[in-house]
Design a protein around this ligand. Structure first.
Ligand code: FES
Length: 195
């Protein structure tokens, strides 16, 4: 074979053009295939990631456990056992949006004789009105249909189907009182979480 065989420059040019056409076809084809996949994945994962983020944010820094909210300082609770009404606010998340610092309910907190702190959801288990604290009678009373409860949440009449809903409480080293806020179904004897 003669090395000095002349090379046809036109045929070289055609091969290069074919190669470049194939190269760009692969790149553009890959881009067109992957873009909807990435967008779809982001669309699918976004609500899940937001929900997780908001749940973490709701607990706040120093939370002693999942779902616990810092609601009051221990020093703000009277030593004589009178309950304190406290609104509960947290970040609320639906499929697409995060609503920051929304009111989601309220609790009564009190320091018992032993020094322990208790928390009750202020929602009446009868039909969901907000229970009041009657200082003159030192008990809870619902203004809607007259359900009454002792300070430990027990019923003193049979109007409500169950006692007031007690919630988990933790106190940290700085004296912050954390409550695991939860709402329960109304009108039933069993304590069934709403969500
Ligand atoms: S809602 Fe409280 S007594 Fe009916």
């Amino acid at each position: 074979m003669n090395d000095s065989t002349p090379v046809d420059p036109e045929s070289n040019d055609v091969s290069r053009r074919n190669f470049m056409t194939k190269f760009w076809s692969v790149i553009i084809g890959g881009f067109v295939t992957l873009t909807p996949l990435v967008v779809g994945l982001t669309f699918f994962l976004d609500p899940i990631l937001r929900k997780k983020k908001a749940a973490e944010a709701s607990g706040g820094e120093g939370s002693p456990g999942e779902g616990f909210l810092n609601v009051i300082s221990e020093s703000a609770l009277p030593d004589d056992g009178r309950p304190v009404f406290q609104q509960i606010r947290k970040n609320v998340v639906d499929a697409w949006n995060t609503y920051i610092d929304q009111p989601v309910g309220a609790v009564y907190l009190r320091k018992t004789e032993s020094g322990a702190i208790t928390a009750f959801n202020s929602e009446c288990p009868h039909l969901g009105c907000t229970v009041s604290y009657l200082e003159s009678a030192n008990q809870y009373k619902c203004p809607c249909h007259d359900s009454k409860f002792q300070l430990d949440g027990e019923r003193t009449n049979q109007i409500p189907p169950r006692p007031m809903d007690e919630l988990d409480v933790k106190v940290d080293d700085e004296g912050n009182v954390w409550v695991k806020f939860q709402s329960y179904k109304i009108g039933v004897a069993e304590q069934i979480p709403k969500n």
